[in-house]
Design a protein around this ligand. Structure first.
Ligand code: SAM
Length: 260
């Protein structure tokens, strides 16, 4: 498929067959599963997924890619359902209907965080996600407390999903090569009772406030949201900084504030 890539749409197409095979193995489609690929582009992952799995829904924003993708489905005699849309407007819950979905894709890096937050809004219908993103973002997604890159993204995602980095991918695997390293990551939604997040809106507010000014102590950063006594009652040190607090502590704090 020849196509002039568009930088504005984050188009870096996978071109290394060994890496493509590794990624498809990491996705590991199983019979009966419903797979949705975000940003199929010129079909680097779409083709092997279709060859292996026979059926796939893809969501692509670039109208110039719709005809070639349609031709790919026809060439393989596969069931390729093409959704021509901005993924951020796609209602995954409606798309899933009564069958849970697996989300996969080499994401457009310029909107990778919005895509992750959009997916969080539809988590009950998502079995898992296998995404490629900038390695720096994957590092932040998976970071543990105390790490320099542990922040809002780590806490917001880890409260809802288990985050597992899988494969590091160098720029040379793409055409054109991006300026940064990439990585493949798996996100598996946690069972509702695992961390027991009961107050998602309050949780979001607490986490946003805590990390808004990383250098401040929790006492100062969360001054508008809760008191030092409320933190102490949960054994959370008000003199600590946001980056040292475990995900489960943020969940406990939001739950307690909601119950107060
Ligand atoms: N999967 C292909 C590959 O690995 O070679 C392409 C990946 S490329 C990094 C990202 C793809 O997402 C491009 O095809 C781009 O057109 C598409 N894209 C960009 N913004 C999008 C959006 N808002 N909604 C859906 N697709 C989008």
């Amino acid at each position: 498929m020849s196509h002039q890539t568009k930088k504005s749409l984050g188009q870096h197409f996978l071109a290394d067959p060994a890496m493509i095979e590794k990624i498809v193995c990491a996705i590991g489609p199983q019979p009966g599963q419903r797979l949705i690929e975000i940003g199929p582009g010129a079909g680097a992952i779409t083709r092997p997924l279709l060859q292996r799995h026979g059926a796939l829904t893809v969501i692509e924003f670039d109208r110039d890619l719709i005809a070639p993708l349609t031709a790919l489905g026809a060439e393989l005699g596969a069931e390729l359902n093409i959704v021509h849309a901005d993924v951020l407007t796609v209602d995954f819950t409606a798309l899933a209907g009564d069958q849970p979905i697996r989300l996969v894709g080499n994401l457009p890096y310029n909107i990778s965080s919005p895509i992750l937050f959009h997916a969080l809004d539809h988590l009950p219908v998502i079995t898992d996600m296998v995404f490629m993103l900038q390695k720096e973002v994957v590092d932040r997604m998976a970071a543990a407390p105390g790490s320099k890159v542990y922040g809002r993204l780590s806490v917001m995602l880890q409260a809802r999903c288990k985050v597992t980095p899988l494969i590091k991918v160098p720029p040379g695997a793409f055409r054109p090569p991006p300026k940064v390293d990439s990585a493949v990551v798996r996100l598996e939604p946690r069972p509702a009772d695992e961390l027991g997040l009961q107050q998602p809106a309050l949780f979001e507010r607490v986490v946003r406030a805590a990390f808004a000014q990383r250098r401040k102590t929790l006492r100062n950063a969360l001054g508008e949201v809760c008191s030092a006594e409320q933190m102490q009652a949960l054994d959370i040190d008000p003199g600590a900084r946001a980056e040292t607090i475990a995900v489960s502590d943020y969940v406990r704090l939001a739950n307690a504030l909601g119950a107060a």
